[in-house]
Design a protein. Structure first.
Length: 712
């Protein structure tokens, strides 16, 4: 196109030069430079310049049109690419404190305040993203990446979205400070779901293929067998695996699993002894099993759940330990008659070696004369030989005294069997300390003298941690049950007390009574109804707190103007002989707080103080320091005894005078609200001298103005 325009311009100039030359040849050279001719030349030059200007104007217009068309095409292609990649671009203007979404990088959406923009994201994740943006705006970082969850789905069928957001500086101001942040948001929900599904599938096959020496069976969420490996088929004598799977064997068809509730199954380790012949005669459910003998079986049964705790299936990993059990029986018999039955022990060497490999057991020999400990997994060779001191250093500090005692007994040639479990400094693949159980017995020579100790070292790490976890969960369940029962008992008593009063006074209306007593009855009914309604509201509110259903709306407001009102509302029931002091050191304090819930905390604390004082002083004050509001409510009332002070935040707890702290739920609600807002609360009190309650709430202040002096 550019070459065509240049050719046209050359033709135009050549045409003008040719015309001038022809004109000059026709005219006389003497008259060539007179005034008429000069005027003609000037007019011709102006015309030529005019046409050249028009030509270049149209040339630039066509070039600009081509550039705009190409830019629109590229922007459209870029928008389609970003849409196919599920990406969204938005910007944040620091000066205007507003967000804008971009359409195809050309169309700027309307301004959105942070509170409106945050509705599309999880609240906590959005606050984390704001902190990263603040780090960029403050110059601490040039760019950041963050993973943010979307807003909670409105229907159960919808999934909560997950976004990967890349933050960077788009524009700086005149002072070279970041002014506009660019956010590129990518929806990775589907990728995350596919990764999770692939991880579960890989976990299942990884377990199967890496445990080829273990029987593996998989059941679906209905307890139907869907897969079984070759080792399990070999163990149970199953020739046709496909026929077994087509039968749709149920989890409870297995004799050892019939009492297991799969709905509440987590992970359990079990051992069983089953007489296959007797089971087939009484209840034949799996004819494909061809073995007929008694089998000793050890299995780990685990339930697989998704992220919503829905059952996906059950996987069992087991092994036939019949040979190992029988070999151990023979081994014990052979140890007692070692010198007389050497030939019998040799017959079992192969079986013992096999048992050692499949059961994670090591053989140990300790020689008191040389103070050396030998550990091996094969009877034919020694795997480790450790001096006594080296072996003791491998035990954790807390149990080295026990290990020294174990070696001391062997050094003194203790005549009996020695058994003990030690915690070592070694760790397994999960990072847990390894527990080893030693079970040794003395070996004597022909003269009856103990030459060494022989026995087994078994890894009991899994069993120890399972038992420890079971004890912890049992204690936690018992404690939770006790707390729940105590709370329900106290709550039912507290509800019945005002309800019985209402019913009692209501029944008085139906009996013989004086008309003058009716206002008294009505007042008592109204009073107890109000107490009952307040108690029910507190119970419902603390239930919502326990379920994390309270929403916190943080907005910038003037805390200084609200503080006095909250305090006086809480002190509305103060006796007339009580002096009120409010210390408000600020004329204006703009802070980002949840005014509704923080106001409820302050009012309830003041109400608690009002209920515990008959005469004296109540005082309220606060101070803002280093991003925290520190509020103090004090009174010179009855106070709390030293024994009752640790229990003030328990629900419906009674003090030494057999009375509740406040309504029984005031202080627990205050504590839970404060902690859910990220703060803390502390109570200091002394019987007969009053109570001081200190509350700390984290917040950020954008503007404040202190008073010149505090007016009480």
């Amino acid at each position: 196109m550019r070459k065509t325009y240049n050719d046209k311009l050359l033709i135009l100039v050549f045409f003008c030069m040719s015309a001038s030359k022809a004109f000059a040849q026709q005219e006389d050279m003497k008259t060539l430079f007179d005034i008429p001719h000069l005027m003609a030349y000037l007019v011709a030059a102006l015309l030529i310049s005019f046409f050249v200007m028009i030509f270049y104007n149209r040339l630039f217009w066509y070039r600009e049109k081509e550039v705009n068309t190409e830019a629109e095409r590229l922007n459209t292609q870029l928008g389609l690419v970003m849409e196919s990649k599920k990406r969204v671009v938005w910007v944040y203007n620091r000066e205007k404190n507003a967000f804008h979404r971009l359409s195809y990088l050309t169309s700027v959406g309307p301004a959105m305040l942070p509170i409106d923009f945050s509705r599309d994201y999880d609240r906590d994740d959005f606050m984390e993203m704001r902190e990263l943006m603040h780090a960029i705006l403050s110059g601490e970082a040039l760019s950041q990446e963050v993973y943010v969850k979307g807003a909670r789905p409105k229907t159960p069928d919808e999934r909560q979205r997950l976004y990967e957001i890349s933050l960077s500086i788009l524009r700086r101001d005149d002072h070279d400070q970041p002014a506009v942040i660019l956010g590129i948001q990518t929806d990775i929900t589907d990728d995350q779901t596919q990764s999770e599904q692939a991880r579960r599938l890989m976990l299942r096959f990884h377990t199967v293929f890496n445990s080829s020496l273990v029987d593996m069976v998989f059941y679906d969420d209905n307890g139907i067998m869907t897969d079984i490996n070759d080792k399990a088929c070999e163990t149970f004598g199953i020739a046709d695996r496909q026929a077994l799977l087509e039968r749709k064997v149920n989890f409870h068809d297995i004799p050892a699993y019939r009492d297991i509730d799969i709905a509440h199954l987590d992970t359990m380790q079990m051992s069983s002894i089953t007489d296959i012949q007797a089971v087939k005669e009484q209840d034949e459910r799996i004819p494909e099993v061809t073995i007929r003998s008694k089998i000793y079986y050890e299995a780990m049964v685990s339930a697989i759940h998704d992220e919503n705790n829905n059952l996906l299936g059950i996987i069992t990993a087991g092994r036939d330990i019949t040979d190992m059990v029988e070999s151990n029986h023979h081994q014990k018999e052979g140890i007692r008659t070692l010198e007389r039955t050497t030939r019998d022990i040799k017959d079992y060497i192969d079986n013992i070696n096999y048992s050692l490999k499949v059961s994670d057991v090591r053989l140990t020999n300790y020689y008191p004369d040389t103070h050396e400990l030998e550990i091996s997994s094969d009877l034919n060779k020694t795997q480790y030989k450790l001096p006594q001191l080296r072996a003791i250093t491998m035990v954790c500090d807390e149990e080295r005294r026990k290990a020294k005692g174990l070696f001391r007994r062997m050094d003194r040639r203790h005549p009996g069997i020695i058994t003990d479990t030690l915690q070592t400094l070694m760790r397994d693949r999960q990072g847990r300390r390894v527990y080893l159980n030693f079970n040794v017995m003395p070996i004597r020579n022909a003269e009856g003298k103990i030459t060494h100790y022989f026995g087994m070292c078994r890894n009991e790490t899994e069993m120890t941690y399972t038992e420890k976890k079971l004890r912890e969960e049992t204690e936690k369940a018992q404690e939770t049950e006790q707390l729940k029962n105590r709370f329900l008992l106290n709550m039912s008593y507290e509800l019945r007390t005002p309800l019985s009063a209402v019913i009692g006074f209501a029944e008085l209306f139906n009996g013989d009574h004086s008309p003058e007593d009716e206002p008294v009855f009505a007042e008592e009914i109204r009073k107890n109804t109000g107490e009952l309604l307040k108690l029910i509201n507190d119970i419902l509110f603390i239930s919502r707190l326990d379920s994390r259903m309270i929403e916190y709306n943080y907005q910038e407001c003037d805390f200084a103007t609200m503080f006095d009102g909250w305090c006086y509302m809480g002190w509305s029931t103060l006796p007339p002989d009580v002096k009120v002091v409010v210390e408000n050191p600020y004329t204006r304090l703009m802070a980002n707080i949840d005014s509704q819930n923080l106001g409820m905390v302050i009012q309830k604390v003041c109400t608690f103080s009002a209920n515990s004082i008959k005469e004296g002083i109540v005082r309220a004050k606060y101070e803002y320091r280093h991003g925290e509001l520190m509020i103090t409510i004090e009174d010179t009332g009855e106070g709390i005894s030293k024994n009752d002070l640790p229990h003030v935040f328990e629900r419906f707890v009674l003090n030494e005078d057999n009375e509740h702290f406040g309504s029984g739920l005031d202080l627990p609600i205050i504590q839970e609200l404060t902690e859910q807002m990220g703060g803390s609360i502390e109570v200091m009190s002394e019987k007969g001298k009053g109570t001081s309650i200190y509350i700390s709430i984290p917040c950020q202040s954008s503007n404040f103005e202190k008073k010149s002096e505090i007016i009480v």
